[in-house]
Every structure is written in C-alpha cells, then in structure tokens.
Design a protein around this ligand. Structure first.
Ligand code: GCB
Length: 610
C-alpha cells in the first residue's frame, strides 16, 4: 500500500467513524493502553416491556432505570434496585449464566460500580474512554446517569469519551442491552447460531492523554528484495485523535535495531517507511509465526505491540503466501467454547479450539460468521493460523434499506480497524450465502469497495453458493466475482443432496481466481454408529467426507477448504430430540470434545496437502 493509499484509508476510517457526540474511535490495541478493567460482577435484571426506558405512553423517559434512583425518604416510590439484584460475569453471555435466560431475547439492564482513584488517574487534561469489546446486540450506555451513547451490532468494539461524566471516587455505569432480532438488523431475523445476549467482551476504562495515538499501521508493502529478507521496507502510518502537527513519535523495533523519531503533519498523521538494512527480517507464516515487538512512544504514552510481516496475494488461480503457493487446510469455527458451549472471550477459550484445529492438521480457520474477539485473533496469530474474518451479512439481509447498509458498513469498518495489524488475517469476508438480486449486488459491491479502500493489502472474499446444477455440472455464477480476489462457495453434497452424486460431479467456475470451499459437511451424533447410509451416524458423516474430499480435489484452482464445522454448536434451528437437542451436529468434534470418525478422514487428506 502506498502512502497516498494509507492516507486515504485513515481519512476514510475517520469519515466513516464520524460519531455521536461522546462516541470516539476505539483506540487501536486498547489492551496496551493504561486501563482499568470493568469486567467482573455486574448487577442485572430483566425488563421485558422496557419500562425502564419508555413511559406508559411509550415515550422515552428522563427518569428511566439508568438514573439508578434510590428512595430518599420512606414514602418514596422506586420500583427497582440494581444493588439488590443478582450479579453475572462480564464478559459473558446471559444465556448460560442464568437458567431462566437461556432462550431470552429482549432487554436486560446491567450495572457496575467502579472507583477512580490511585489505580487509574488521568494526567492533566487527560481523557477517560469507556471501551466495550462487544455487546450483543444493541447497547445504550449511561455513566453516572448520563447517556454516553447507543451502539448496534453484536461483534465489534465501541468507545465513548466519558471524561465529563466521571469524577474521582465512586462512579457507576449502566447499560441497557437488547438482543431482540429484527428484520433490518445485521444479521437479520434468522441465522443458524445461538443469539447469545449480553456484554460478551471486555469492558475497560481507558486513561489517555488529551492527544493520543488513535490508530497505527505497521506492515510490509512488498516482499523483501533479497532472499534473506535484507532491505525490507516497513510501511508505518499513525493517526492521533486530533489534528495536531509537530508531535514527536518514536517507533522502536528492538530486534530489528530500528529506532526512529518522526513528527506528525498538520492532520496529526504520519506516513513513513522504515528500512531494516541491519538485520534479516523473518516473515510470519504458519510454519514460523514470527512476531516482532514494537514500541510506539510519545509524551505521556507508550504502546507495545507484536507485529508479524507477511505478504498475501494471488497469481491467476494460485494463492501465494510470502511469494510461495499455499493450500489452506482450513476449518470453520463459531465463537463458542469447547465443553461449556458459551460465548468465548479469552486466549484460554481460544486455545482449546485452536488445539483441536491443529490436531486436524489445519493452518487456516474461517472465523464464522462475525468478527471474533481480539484475544482469539491474537492467540491464533501467535500460534500460526491464517484467518478469514467476516461480518454477519448472512442470508437474507434488507438489501434496500440504507440504514441496514450503514450498519453493515460500520461493522466492516470496525472489524478492519481493530485487526488491520494482524498478519494472521488474510481474508476479509463480506457475506455468507446471500440470494442474488440487483439490490444485493449493489449492497455487496459498495461493501467491497469500502473494504478495498480501507485495506488493499488483504484479499476480499465472501461465501457464495453454487447457482446451477444440472446433468451433474455445478456452475458458479455470481456478479460479485469482479469484487472478490478469491472465489469461495459453500456446498453440501451428501447432506442436502445425495452423497452418491459426488463422484459424478463436475465444476464450472469461470473465473481466473483461486477457489476456496468455504463450507461442506454433514451432521453426526458423536457415539452413534451404524451403516454409512444411516443419517446422523458417524459412519454417514465419515463417508460424506470421503466422497466430498475426492470430489473437491478435482476442482481446478482449489486453494483451500473449510469444512463446516470444528465443533457442534448451539442453534435454535436444530430441535431434533435425542440427536440435535439444540445443537448443529456438523462438528468434527462434539461439543464435549469427542472426535468423530470423519475427523480422521480429513486429517489424512490434509496430511497429503502439506
Ligand atoms: C450453511 C451456513 C451455516 C449453517 C450450515 C448448516 O450453509 O452458512 O451457517 O450452519 O449451512 O449447518 O446448514
């Protein structure tokens, strides 16, 4: 990416990120800032009719639950009391923390007390930011009774400047959380995963100087000139939260012996190139997930990060990592824990799932169907997994609705903004299995252009569908082909169509681009055995994998496969008693970590793809 492009990127990020008064762009690498965690016990109660928000004429009130009223004299009427209510853990979904909330979709109020004191203070003129990793789905946030803002979208971070709302000593934050599904939301009314509600990711109070580093980007622009990596050039760009010129920023890569100080331009930005003549640059790859420590220092703040350098590109139907062809030995995964089947939110949660993926021989994970938490992405990067990250533009979105588009674009922007320094992520995915129409093409075309303008160093894709199948010829025709770098599609021969068709299948994919099978698979109940023709048995799934892998191997330009799915996951669309019991059973592992027979078929095939 050239300098002009980076400037456009940051300007665009700023424009798309134009926010309500208190909302600010969530700072890059928030965990490296001076923070106080607001995780832990939060008081909560259910508000089915939202009477803590609307009066009995359905108008929003000024005296809602967010004011946290307490009776002042014995005759006062206050019909709620946060402090007398039970607590639940944040981060966490409410469904698995309170039996009564397992299928609840609606509004819940949550409150946390916190103290600003020695633990966290601002410098003179410093700012306090309140950061949420994600809340599903709508959050209205109040600090000490005052509204900080409203956010929609369940899987991306958001942040408010609450400096004017807080004071030394005791403070409280109240959040109204609503996970009701709506037609015009992203995702829409229907989706095949559990609609976990709650504050599902970390909450942090961040202390920053008045002027602070809002975003930065560090990456390789092109492959090093010489084979040993000498003379590599690292693109470095940075943006302060305000357009302040002449601010000194020092960037240090200790291991690369780089230490340079630059001065911001009139936009509060830097666009520089760092040359690494003195030492050899090791490239990040699944075989060698090398990360370099970097320090960004300016008056009043130091940010430490770990950066991997790699180049991902395509050449005809080939996918190249660091200039060499690579086959993506993938698997799809939801953000749901092993064994306990709740929302994940830690490196430890991610670690179990990653170890399962590794045992399959994977070097690639499709993070389905929404951006996963930052801990998981960073852990995958440390462990050397390539990643596909996507937004929940899933199935049938309201393509004609401009607000729905803005929502999707915001989720896309926030996904890219949070993770654009992660070498592990090689693909931004815009959608999954969307029905063709002019309106859909326009919607996805706009999204693709936005993704490209925000980040032209990664590949763009989306999970498409086979559009025609007659005489055993599967055809893929999608107007979105011109926007994607990689043609990906889901297909379920053997599950939603007879497995015996598999050997007869031919494929017509009329695009000079690499192909990824973004889903295939079928269900099996772990421990259920029988004939390979008996649905739900491990043998049925095993045979399906065998037939599919033989069939997919014949696809010209096949650059990777992501079977659906790593482990059985909860879904309200899977009611069959005794078999599904509320779980989609297409996992290679059961929800309890039991290995199904199909797993060994895949593992053997991946062994040959190394
Ligand atoms: C799909 C969807 C995925 C479902 C899967 C299934 O095509 O993309 O979200 O869970 O099929 O199991 O049917």
């Amino acid at each position: 990416m050239n300098v002009k492009n980076i400037m456009m990127t940051l300007a665009l990020v700023a424009a798309i990120g134009a926010k309500a008064q208190k909302e600010v762009v969530a700072p890059q690498n928030v965990y490296a800032r001076q923070t106080m965690s607001l995780n832990g016990d939060w008081h909560y109660f259910v508000d089915q009719q939202e009477q803590g928000y609307y009066d009995y004429r359905m108008n929003p009130t000024n005296w809602g639950y967010f004011v946290n009223a307490k009776p002042k004299k014995p005759s006062d009427l206050v019909e709620y009391d946060f402090d007398a209510c039970p607590t639940m853990q944040v981060p966490g979904d409410w469904n698995t923390q309170d039996e009564q909330l397992f299928v609840y979709e609606g509004t819940i109020w949550m409150k946390k007390d916190f103290e600003i004191g020695d633990g966290l203070r601002t410098t003179d003129n410093g700012r306090f930011l309140l950061y949420f990793g994600a809340v599903n789905y709508e959050a209205i946030v109040y600090v000490n009774g005052k509204k900080a803002g409203r956010h929609v979208g369940g899987f991306t971070p958001f942040c408010y400047d609450v400096t004017d709302f807080v004071h030394e000593g005791k403070n409280f934050v109240i959040v109204k959380i609503d996970n009701k599904r709506h037609k015009d939301n992203v995702p829409t009314l229907i989706f095949d995963w559990w609609n976990y509600g709650g504050i599902t990711r970390d909450v942090l109070l961040v202390s920053v100087p008045e002027t602070y580093v809002e975003d930065y980007s560090l990456r390789l622009d092109a492959l090093p000139q010489s084979a040993d990596g000498k003379n590599s050039v690292i693109d470095f760009s940075l943006k302060l939260n305000r357009p302040v010129a002449g601010e000194a920023v020092t960037v240090t890569f200790p291991e690369l012996k780089i230490r340079r100080t630059f001065s911001t331009d009139e936009n509060g930005c830097l666009h520089e190139q760092l040359s690494t003549k003195k030492s050899k640059l090791e490239l990040w790859s699944p075989d060698n997930p090398k990360l370099y420590k970097v320090l960004l220092e300016r008056e009043g703040e130091t940010i430490e990060d770990e950066i991997g350098f790699r180049i991902i590109e395509t050449r005809g139907k080939q996918l190249l990592l660091n200039g060499k062809p690579i086959f993506l030995r993938g698997v799809c995964s939801h953000e749901e824990t092993a064994y306990t089947s709740r929302r994940c939110n830690s490196a430890a949660d991610a670690d179990t799932l990653l170890s399962w993926a590794r045992s399959l021989g994977c070097n690639f994970i499709r993070l389905a169907h929404y951006p996963h938490n930052e801990h998981a992405v960073r852990e995958a990067e440390r462990q050397g997994f390539l990643l596909w990250s996507e937004i929940p533009v899933y199935w049938t979105i309201s393509w004609q609705n401009e607000e729905t588009y803005a929502n999707a674009e915001r989720q896309l922007t926030d996904m890219i903004r949070r993770d654009h320094n992660r070498a592990a992520i090689i693909i931004w995915s815009l959608a999954n299995e969307t029905p063709h129409s002019d309106a859909r093409d326009k919607f996805l075309g706009r999204l693709a252009q936005t993704a490209r303008s925000l980040d032209n160093t990664r590949l763009i894709s989306m999970a498409m569908e086979v559009t025609g199948a007659s005489n055993y010829v599967n055809r893929l025709q999608d107007n979105m082909n011109k926007y994607v770098d990689v043609v990906s599609f889901n297909q379920y021969i053997g599950w939603y169509r007879d497995v015996n068709d598999a050997p007869k299948m031919k494929w017509e994919i009329p695009y000079e681009k690499p192909v990824i099978i973004s889903e295939f698979g079928g269900g099996a109940k772990a421990g259920l055995h029988g004939d390979k023709g008996q649905r739900w048995t491990e043998e049925f799934q095993e045979n399906l994998y065998r037939e599919n892998l033989a069939m997919l191997d014949k696809i010209d330009g096949l650059a990777g496969t992501c079977p659906w799915v790593l482990k059985d996951f909860r879904s309200p669309r899977r009611p069959l008693p005794g078999i599904q019991d509320g779980f989609n059973r297409k996992g290679l592992f059961s929800d309890q970590g039991k290995r199904k027979k199909a797993l060994y078929v895949l593992r053997e095939w991946y062994e040959k793809k190394r």
